[in-house]
Design a protein around this ligand. Structure first.
Ligand SMILES: Cc1cc2nc3c(=O)[nH]c(=O)nc-3n(C[C@H](O)[C@H](O)[C@H](O)COP(=O)(O)OP(=O)(O)OC[C@H]3O[C@@H](n4cnc5c(N)ncnc54)[C@H](O)[C@@H]3O)c2cc1C
Length: 436
């Protein structure tokens, strides 16, 4: 049972997506008592490809060193013999793809120290859940209400159950109940996700189908750039499938009030790319997508990741555009830093002391390390979208200018981070409380 002394500390994690699971892995590894509450009746089985970048891979391996050896078995980069340290190769969406342009042959970006890898989301989730005892996860528990009392957090679920915890972490994704609890009193206009003026159509097809359309272009992950339209393709499922997104820069508001996806007719979907000089191959690819518009939403401003005994991780804290493929990676960093902060509190020597001062110092440290960095990723993802859509004020419709940005350290700050130093900074306040 949760209590207000260090020895009775119990953490409630709301949401069993990638980030909630990463936090659960971290707490389990460090012996901190926790329960995960997930609205769905089982672990998620939806989703397509995902890759975490070197920082996300590092965070996961620091959370659980056993993770990477399993992960590497389900990952794929490019088809050999293509160099695996290419992140993406850029081409054009327009007819001919730019294969005759002077930059062709020198239009990839990446880093010599990063081997690209991506996997099917399901495969990643299966590995993560294998590290978490199932009895610590409660399914069909949709959080509807949060109350903070001086010595505990009270969680109320849609089925009427009430639970208590010493601290609660919201990993409940972009439409987060926990975010509302934290931000509504001080920053009500920051609660709801904002339409990021972009939507996409998605699909996963067999490599045989993909080759029939794109031939050897499938061998290396690609970003196809164009005027208000772009496309991303990469291999998943050990190279047996191609994951693709066809994206639209939108100049209209999102129509639906309470849904981030909208079923449209096949004709509407196809018409979205017509009359723009788009290469025929993309129409064939698009015809394989589900005719569902996935609105891309983000949290533009977030003034704090915590209030009292409650904090945010993952998309509930910093949902962003997906064009740097870095949202989950940032969530994994949250999970790494926060699991260390919570473990530091749980392992503090004076077991009978009340938790409040420790939590307050720990969450302040977590927020100070994670929020500026995740916010920077958020802003850069917006810039990246503008570059891919040829709308960026500095790079415009010039492939050379875009490449000049992406090939010259654009990702370095994001990918290569001293995560140990982040942990040390975040736990400093807890140490001060321990030493007073
Ligand atoms: C098209 C696309 C491609 C992407 N590609 C990449 C990529 O390659 N690399 C990358 O790093 N990122 C990528 N991202 C971003 C990444 O998918 C997200 O950042 C990440 O999945 C967020 O994980 P999360 O656990 O925070 O949230 P979610 O995955 O949304 O999980 C939230 C969980 O909380 C549960 N929940 C919600 N409300 C409640 C409630 N009230 N009570 C209980 N449970 C609740 C949900 O059921 C769900 O299980 C991409 C995003 C998109 C849209």
């Amino acid at each position: 049972m949760a209590g207000d002394e260090i020895k009775d500390m119990h953490v409630a994690i709301v949401g069993a997506g990638i980030v909630g699971l990463a936090l659960a892995m971290g707490l389990h590894k460090k012996g901190v008592p926790f329960t995960v509450y997930e609205a769905a009746s089982g672990y998620s089985t939806v989703g397509a490809g995902i890759g975490f970048g070197p920082n996300g891979d590092l965070a996961l391996s620091m959370i659980e060193e056993g993770f990477l050896s399993h992960y590497e078995r389900v990952c794929v980069g490019h088809k050999p013999p293509a160099p695996q340290n290419i992140y993406y190769e850029g081409l054009l969406l327009e007819d001919g793809l730019g294969l005759k342009e002077s930059w062709y042959g020198n239009s990839s970006w990446g880093h010599p120290d990063y081997i690209r890898r991506a996997a099917h989301r399901n495969a990643v989730l299966q590995i993560m859940t294998s590290f978490i005892p199932i009895e610590k996860v409660r399914f069909s528990k949709r959080l509807t209400d949060v109350e903070q009392l001086p010595d505990k957090v009270v969680l109320t679920f849609a089925d009427g159950e009430v639970a208590e915890a010493s601290v609660m972490i919201g990993a409940d994704g972009i439409k987060s109940v926990v975010r509302e609890h934290i931000l509504k009193p001080s920053h009500p206009n920051q609660v709801d996700p904002v339409y990021a003026d972009s939507y996409c159509y998605r699909g996963v097809i067999s490599i045989a189908e993909a080759k029939e359309i794109l031939g050897d272009l499938t061998d290396v992950a690609k970003m196809y750039l164009g005027d208000h339209r772009c496309c991303v393709t990469y291999l998943i499922s050990g190279g047996a499938e191609l994951n693709f997104l066809l994206c639209v820069a939108d100049d209209k508001p999102w129509e639906l009030k309470n849904a981030v996806s909208q079923k449209v007719s096949y004709e509407t979907m196809m018409a979205d790319f017509k009359g723009r000089g788009v290469d025929d191959r993309f129409f064939r690819l698009l015809s394989k997508a589900n005719p569902i518009k996935w609105g891309l939403f983000h949290h533009r401003d977030t003034s704090t990741y915590y209030r009292g005994r409650v904090a945010l991780v993952g998309d509930s804290a910093h949902a962003s555009l997906p064009f740097q493929a870095a949202g989950a990676g940032q969530g994994l960093e949250d999970a790494l830093v926060l699991s260390n902060v919570l473990a530091e509190i749980f392992n503090a020597p004076k077991k009978d002391e009340p938790l409040e001062a420790y939590i307050s110092a720990g969450f302040a440290g977590y927020d100070s390390v994670r929020r500026p960095r995740a916010q920077r990723q958020h802003e850069r993802a917006q810039e990246m979208a503008l570059m891919l859509y040829f709308q960026h004020p500095e790079t415009g419709a010039s492939m050379e200018k875009v490449l000049n940005q992406l090939q010259n350290g654009w990702f370095d700050w994001l990918w290569f981070r001293d995560l140990n130093a982040d942990i040390q900074t975040a736990v400093r306040g807890v140490h001060e409380v321990i030493n007073t």
